[in-house]
Design a protein. Structure first.
Lengths: 155, 223
């Protein structure tokens, strides 16, 4: 370092030429191994869809159509059939001719809303939520119908 | 699969307090969101899936709970400011890699709107994780309780297009869509489709078998 400092103040410094008089060769080395210390994305991508988080989220991401197969051990009574229907386990094609239709049951949340007025003029707002069943039908002639526990206007 | 880095995006989170600034950048394998009209470029996030270490994932989970904003970017998605907003849900998992002692952590954040399908159904707008025709028809039939058969998927896709009821959403690692419409509207289309013989009821009576859809079917896979 000192030597370099003295060189800087030396008045008779040799001028630099196009070619150097001294050569400093870079020593050769063995093959270099590059190691990625980051996240191995290829491996992660293969494993991700089996992670517990995706398993939990799949119930939101994917449609869950009920598919019940098999034969009951004993004949089903009307009550059994009713329970299976309302649970959406017997969705399918029914009937003949004009009454041929596809039926789809599901549970739906209904909200009843009503207001009550106290003697002093205070208004109380009530909201009651409950689950009920809904049956949607599409007939062979194109007619559609939604049946719920509530009476239709024609009834 | 190879070249996963071409399909992954990034999620950036910066939190500044009086004394320190925390900055986290994590690989983002999937994202679903809706662009907001107001500038600057920002979106309502519905689905975020990230991987990272214990501390980083805990920080992102806490940020989601607090309703903080993130910056995301991915293939074909320029840097966008996103937020899952209030009442978001988080799901956590672990990934054990071959050459690592400690497992990687995986976090999925879901917006309240996306997590409760009923909210989507009541608002006349349904967000779906893929644009696949079979998946869209099966999802709409399931969410709205519409009677139908899987073979009507192509017809339903044409109806959505004809009524301009389907639009692309913002996605990384998937191809999400937004379907606009109410149950009554879809039933009207069905009614017209049957009357015009564009679709018909199956000849056989009996149950309707819907094909099983897995996550691999709906998310983009390497070619």
């Amino acid at each position: 370092m000192r030597w370099l400092e003295t060189l800087a103040w030396k008045p008779d410094l040799e001028t630099l030429t196009d070619t150097s008089t001294l050569r400093y060769e870079v020593p050769s080395s063995g093959p270099v191994v590059l190691t990625n210390t980051g996240i191995p994305l290829d491996e992660v991508e293969d494993l991700l869809l089996d992670s517990a988080a995706y398993r939990q989220a799949s119930r939101i991401l994917l449609p869950k159509q009920r598919d019940v197969r098999g034969r009951p051990l004993t004949p089903l009574h009307g009550g059994h059939v009713g329970l299976l229907c309302t649970a959406g386990m017997l969705n399918g094609v029914f009937g003949e001719g004009e009454n041929r239709h596809i039926a789809h049951w599901r549970s739906v949340k209904f909200t009843d809303h009503w207001e009550e007025e106290e003697e002093d003029g205070t208004k109380i707002l009530h909201d009651r939520e409950r689950f009920s069943h809904e049956l949607t039908l599409v007939y062979a002639n194109g007619k559609t119908q939604i049946l719920t526990h509530e009476k239709t206007e024609s009834e | 699969m190879k070249n996963a880095h071409l399909r992954f995006g990034w999620l950036m989170y910066v939190k500044s307090t009086e004394k320190t600034t925390t900055s986290i950048r994590l690989p983002l394998d999937r994202f679903i969101g809706e662009m907001l009209p107001d500038p600057p470029r920002q979106a309502k996030a519905h689905f975020i899936s990230v991987i990272g270490g214990d501390t980083q994932i805990s920080a992102i989970s806490a940020a989601i709970s607090m309703g903080d904003r993130f910056m995301i970017e991915g293939p074909e998605v320029p840097p966008t400011r996103v937020c899952l907003e209030r009442s978001a849900q988080c799901f956590k998992g672990s990934l054990q890699l071959r050459e690592r002692k400690k497992p990687l952590r995986h976090l999925i954040g879901l917006s309240e709107e996306f997590a409760s399908g009923s909210v989507s159904a009541n608002s006349g707008k349904t967000l779906l994780g893929a644009a696949n025709k079979q998946f869209v028809w099966a999802s709409i039939a399931h969410i709205y309780g519409i009677p139908g058969v899987p073979e009507w998927a192509d017809w339903f896709a044409d109806e959505l297009k004809a009524h301009r009821a389907i639009g692309r959403a913002l996605g990384v690692g998937c191809d999400p869509v937004v379907v606009k419409g109410e149950k009554e509207q879809f039933l009207d289309w069905l009614s017209w489709g049957i009357e015009s013989d564009a679709i018909s009821l199956p000849a056989q009576t009996g149950p309707i078998r819907w094909p099983n859809v897995s996550l691999k079917d709906i998310f983009l896979q390497a070619e």
